[in-house]
Ligand binder design. Structure first.
Ligand SMILES: [Zn+2]
Length: 434
């Protein structure tokens, strides 16, 4: 964060340094002249540029405050240590996807990955809370199929999966590419875990005997939100079908999408009643067949603008990348929030800071820090992914707030207050955490 730290951690300094050298070469004092009064406008400009480029990238006081804040991580996939190997960290693990091109920043041989491995190598990974301590994270929202000690409260809070409930019929027609061929059977298997009995005869029975009990069971085991990763399975355009149309579809006589949309809305309404937020994956993500157009958050607008949905809070995970402006506009809905996970893994701090700054200038109470810490590979476990995202996220936040400070949009006190809100307070309020 500070220049010294960046130098230690190998952050590229070439951008601020290059202009400084150019400016030094033009320095009139170094060139033998004797005082500011004799300077022509051009060297004065150079002097001004020198002063500018000597500023640290992140305001030092702000950087040290940001580093100290014990964060609430809005979204992650912590893995239970030990044997047998944990498979409940995701309903749709990315290892099932066809090969796809990884962003260069987080490939196994990248500098940030080497740094993460080095920094996390002495952390006791059998102690999940110790991993959080190493990252400066107080509470991590654990998006998992089930919780499993030591990944438990109070340091980890449960966020369940509910996609499987949306697909109770034959899903073969939806398996349009190899990734969906791999993913739908996983959802079908999870639905069987939720409800091993034969499918109830009517939609009402399905909602009463399967859907609602799953939500209530999650709530009982501590869930504070339910997560949809439907963007991996279908587009986000949730319609508002009639119950009759949904019932027909349940019996195999109507459009399957009507049934899925009806169930989605039922789940969202029930979650509002139970005091659980709805998390939706909104981001162009892993996979060679990922439907980027289908993850445009504007597709959610009819749902989010429906007065019937206003008792439910929606969190659009991952900040909707690459649809950042659309997320900014959607944050005007009183019940819509976002986080910047995943971007802080794939993206560099500067890019992420530009995205965050836009939101902070519009709706700072709706923006939350998150890591999406995930076991990507042998080299990058959830711990290393958490290190990368945590470091990048705090740095991006510092850059965004420093930009607002230097542009005189806010003062330093407000910058520090905003940092606390993003790293902790906004999530604490949304989920009623102590
Ligand atoms: Zn995730």
């Amino acid at each position: 964060m500070s220049c010294e730290k960046c130098a230690k951690t190998g952050t590229d300094h070439s951008v601020p340094r290059r202009p400084r050298r150019r400016a030094e070469a033009a320095d009139p004092v170094a060139g033998g002249q004797s005082g500011l009064s004799r300077l022509s406008p051009l060297p004065l400009l150079a002097l001004f540029l020198t002063a500018c480029t000597q500023q640290p990238r992140i305001d030092p006081q702000l950087a040290s405050e940001i580093e100290k804040i014990k964060a609430i991580d809005n979204h992650a996939h912590p893995v239970r240590p030990g044997n047998p190997p944990d498979t409940d960290f995701d309903a749709l693990p990315v290892e099932h996807l066809d090969p796809y091109s990884e962003p260069i920043r987080t490939r196994a041989d990248s500098p940030i990955v080497a740094e993460a491995r080095q920094k996390m190598q002495n952390v006791d990974k059998s102690n999940s809370a110790a991993v959080l301590d190493a990252l400066g994270i107080d509470v991590m929202l654990a998006n998992r199929v089930t919780m499993s000690p030591p990944v438990t409260e109070p340091r980890f809070r449960f966020v369940g999966y509910v996609d499987a409930l949306m697909y109770p019929l034959d899903n073969t027609p939806m398996m349009k590419d190899p990734d969906k061929k791999a993913f739908f059977p996983l959802e079908e298997a999870l639905l069987k875990r939720y409800y091993p009995d034969p499918k109830p005869a009517t939609l009402d029975d399905y909602l009463d005997k399967v859907v609602r009990p799953v939500l209530e069971a999650h709530k009982k085991s501590g869930a504070i939100a339910e997560k949809f990763e439907m963007a991996y399975l279908r587009a986000l355009d949730v319609g508002n079908p009639s119950k009759q149309d949904a019932e027909k579809a349940y019996l195999g006589e109507g459009a399957y999408k009507d049934l899925q949309d009806y169930i989605f809305r039922f789940i969202a309404t029930e979650c509002g009643r139970l005091g659980m937020a709805i998390h939706i994956h909104v981001c162009a993500s892993a996979g060679a067949y990922f439907d980027i157009a289908g993850t445009n958050p504007i597709l959610l607008e009819p749902l989010l603008h429906d007065p019937a949905m206003r008792k439910t809070n929606f969190v659009l995970l991952h900040g909707g990348w690459p649809f950042i402006g659309e997320i900014t506009a959607l944050l005007e809905n009183p019940n819509v929030y976002t986080d910047f996970s995943e971007q802080t893994y794939n993206g560099y701090p500067r890019e992420v800071s530009v995205n965050i700054r836009k939101w902070l200038e519009y709706e700072p109470e709706k923006v939350m820090f998150a890591t999406d810490a995930y076991p990507f590979s042998k080299e990058i476990g959830w711990e290393e992914a958490g290190y990368i995202a945590n470091k990048t996220g705090r740095e991006a936040l510092g850059l965004a707030l420093t930009g607002m400070l230097r542009d005189e949009e806010i003062n330093r006190d407000r910058a520090i207050q905003l940092a606390r809100m993003v790293l902790r307070e906004n999530a604490r309020k949304l989920y009623n955490l102590n």
